[in-house]
Design a protein around this ligand. Structure first.
Ligand SMILES: [Zn+2]
Length: 157
């Protein structure tokens, strides 16, 4: 069950070979950031799978609905609806998620993602999407059909 206005943070709703690399990248980023940044406790997925309906709802934000623009992708375009993208943010000791903090923290997340062979949104040429991890273009070609079949088997679109 996914709600249009609620992010799904379950790694089980990502294609499992991708989820395994995300978990490894986050574990390494936890290790690298521990004790270095005020308030930092851990990195954690904030949004993994995103339904096409939610993607459309997010696309409307800043366009036909108030709020800042948060995505440039519509509907099924993009990798969150395919279970092949994860937005990871850091959490403090109160369990509050953060999109702020020193840029070096985010570079660490990106470095750890690249070390697992993933692509990092901070490397995108236009819209810098610091929390965003996704497969490389080659991995996308290899994984997309199986990822879609996996989500379908879970009853997700
Ligand atoms: Zn994302």
């Amino acid at each position: 069950m996914t709600n249009i206005d609620t992010p799904d943070s379950s790694l089980h709703h990502l294609y499992s070979p991708f989820a395994a690399l995300v978990e490894a990248a986050i574990a390494e980023a936890d290790h690298e950031c521990a004790g270095k940044y005020t308030g930092f406790v851990r990195w954690s997925p904030f949004e993994t799978y995103r339904s096409q309906a939610r993607q459309e709802w997010l696309y409307a934000q800043g366009r036909t609905r108030p709020g800042p623009i948060v995505t440039y992708k519509r509907g099924a375009v993009g990798l969150h609806p395919a279970g092949l993208a994860c937005d990871a943010v850091w959490f403090d000791e109160k369990g509050v998620p953060h999109w702020d903090g020193p840029y070096a923290m985010w570079q660490t997340l990106g470095h750890c993602a690249r070390a697992q062979g993933l692509a990092w949104g901070g490397d995108f040429p236009s819209f810098k999407d610091l929390p965003h991890l996704q497969p490389t273009p080659a991995q996308q070609i290899e994984w997309l059909p199986s990822a879609r079949a996996y989500l379908h088997s879970l009853g997700l679109d």
